[in-house]
Design a protein around this ligand. Structure first.
Ligand SMILES: [Zn+2]
Length: 339
């Protein structure tokens, strides 16, 4: 049985530096994206702070690796350390699968794609779920089973959002480590700037368990369970994916610089989680009416869909809870019951 989980939410992040893109000298820039909105018949573009989908995917896969291992599912030596090279070339492939790539062996291969797909999927649950790209001959690609994207300030916040560079210094004058030699000047103070922003951000994450442990690349094997995995492995991997999603939403360990720029406020303003037996995505939380639109969509399209919600304002869902944690945990309990 497959289960599809769709999450949309709005989350407060105050004084965050979660996704930095480049440093120019001692100046570290926050990621920005253009966002266009319609106002009074005109279109206006804003450049706003954002957090990339890659950043969210990194945090999710790091937790996923841990959850897979708890259930004794295989994770490769790189993914388990948060290094997501994902079988990108022959050298990485050897480390992941503990075998030579088919093109390097003397065996006659009519279907090297099948073998490559099979070996990687069997040997690494993170790459099974999160996809990979084997960029050798032949190319073998696996699409991720989870979907996410840029977090941007919600529509009502666009005009109010700003990014500000904050001055910091590391001071070490007076210690022997910056003692000056002859003709040298003291350099005991290092100043640097970090751009911080504050906003209510959108959040989106969808998880489709349909292809876990199954071929999706080799055409003749499409949809078949890869050799070397059992139904039990697939169930474990789906459970690990849901456990990881729960931890991601409850703890929200997304973004860098969390040791010194941990957001001053990190709080779900609202969240909705739809659990379905087939593909059902919730509408974007960029606009405030997303919970209502979710219910309206469900009235027209439903795959035994159940929407769990929480809102600091008005919650619109099949089941509303008084805390975001309750909504998240109850939704994922329902999802786990369906696999
Ligand atoms: Zn891996």
């Amino acid at each position: 049985m497959m289960v599809y989980v769709s999450v949309r939410g709005r989350i407060w992040l105050q004084a965050e530096a979660a996704n930095m893109v480049e440093s120019v000298g001692n100046y570290v820039k926050h990621r920005r994206v253009p966002v266009i909105v319609k106002e009074g018949g005109n279109y206006i573009t804003f450049f706003v702070p954002s957090i990339s989908g890659e950043s969210i995917a990194h945090a999710y896969q790091a937790i996923l690796a841990e959850e897979l291992k708890k259930l004794n599912e295989k994770v490769c030596p790189l993914c388990e350390k948060g290094i997501f090279l994902k079988s990108t070339n022959a050298e990485v492939y050897k480390l992941v699968t503990k075998s030579e790539p088919p093109e390097k062996t003397k065996k006659e291969h009519t279907t090297p794609e099948k073998e490559i797909e099979e070996k990687i999927v069997v040997n690494c649950g993170v790459e099974d779920l999160g996809g990979f790209l084997y960029a050798e001959k032949p190319n073998v690609k696996r699409t991720s089973s989870f979907f996410t994207g840029y977090m941007i300030p919600v529509k009502e916040a666009l005009k109010a959002v700003s990014i500000d560079p904050q001055l910091h210094s590391r001071y070490a004058l007076g210690t022997k480590f910056v003692a000056v030699g002859e003709g040298e000047r003291a350099a005991g103070q290092m100043i640097y700037y970090v751009e911080v922003s504050s906003a209510v951000f959108t959040f989106a994450f969808d998880l489709d368990t349909r292809f876990i442990g199954k071929h999706t690349f080799h055409m003749d094997s499409y949809g078949k369970i890869v050799e070397g995995l059992t139904q039990n492995n697939i169930k474990n991997r789906a459970t690990a994916a849901l456990n990881a999603l729960q931890r991601l939403l409850v703890e929200f360990p997304i973004g860098a610089k969390r040791t010194r720029f941990n957001p001053a406020d990190l709080r779900w303003e609202s969240i909705a989680i739809a659990v379905s037996n087939d593909v059902f995505t919730l509408p974007s939380s960029f606009t405030q009416d997303y919970m209502l639109r979710g219910l309206q969509k469900k009235a027209k399209v439903s795959f035994n869909t159940m929407i769990f919600g929480y809102s600091e304002e008005e919650c619109k869902a099949d089941k509303c809870y008084t805390t975001p944690e309750e909504a998240i945990i109850e939704a994922l309990k329902e999802a786990k019951g369906r696999i």
